[in-house]
Design a protein around this ligand. Structure first.
Ligand code: PEP
Length: 249
């Protein structure tokens, strides 16, 4: 059985006080669910969030990390630093990191390797741009993103990977992939992993959908057989919306 997961990526939102408040609001009347629920506040608020959620089912995860163990990388955060404060999962490859900070598949392959070597769980994001979809290149793009960043990994490492398919044209735009488009791509991703590894790995990996998931559309998207949950941006910043999305799974 694959894990169902709902994760909130808070991006560069919420200062310390606001983080505390949102976590308080989320924890009150927290939905009964078998899904794993995660939130990714900014780096400076991770320690406090871990402390605040100590006895909570909500896991605190990081939005990024550097591939090096340590050293002269001003402004960066290492895998060890995350683990040391009790963070065990890291988002890597978000399209905003790729677009605004020049993160390439090659760089991401290094980050993924470092994270997994530290036994961090990796939530690996990928997805095509609008032009790719319009040109009917979306399957090729997704396949190459997976191949370049993940397919050199030993099979055993896949137990610590979660995938998040996020078509770039659907992130923060209000435009969601239809449930059918999501299912079609998720099934393609599983087929691609089966070809690169085997069916067991492909069937075990959780594949989340991300891109303008809201309380109004979550149910339909999550009902698709290859969609194992969601990575949520905007709607994760409102406790009621995020809880409604958790309820939808
Ligand atoms: C995201 O940034 O990962 C995301 C899915 O954002 P939104 O839900 O706002 O589209």
């Amino acid at each position: 059985m694959r894990s169902k997961i709902v994760a909130g990526n808070w991006k560069m939102n919420k200062n310390g006080e606001q983080t505390k408040e949102l976590l308080r609001a989320l924890s009150g009347g927290f939905p009964e669910t078998e899904a794993e629920v995660m939130v990714a506040p900014t780096f400076v608020n991770l320690t406090n969030a871990v402390f605040q959620l100590k006895n909570s089912p909500i896991e605190v995860i990081a939005q990024n990390m550097h591939y090096a163990e340590n050293g002269a990388y001003t402004g960066e955060i290492s895998a060890d630093m995350l683990q040391n404060i009790g963070v065990n999962t890291v988002i890597l490859g978000h399209s905003e990191r790729r677009a605004y900070f020049g993160e390439t598949d090659e760089l991401l392959a290094k980050k993924v390797t470092t994270a997994l070597n530290h036994s961090l769980r990796v939530m690996f994001c990928f997805g095509e741009e609008l032009e790719d979809r319009k040109a009917d290149n979306h399957f090729k793009v997704v396949e190459s993103q997976l191949k370049n960043a993940l397919f050199s990994l030993d099979a055993a490492k896949w137990s610590n990977i979660v995938l998040a398919y996020e078509p770039v044209w659907a992130i923060g735009t209000g435009e969601t992939a239809s449930p059918e488009q999501a299912q079609e791509m998720h099934a393609f991703i599983r087929k691609t992993i089966t070809e690169a590894y085997d069916e067991t790995i492909a069937n075990k990996v959780s594949i989340l959908y991300g891109g303008s998931v809201k309380p109004a559309n979550a149910n339909e998207i999550f009902s698709k057989p290859d969609v194992d949950g969601g990575l949520i941006g905007g709607a994760a910043l409102k406790a009621d919306d995020f809880k409604a999305i958790i309820n939808a799974i």
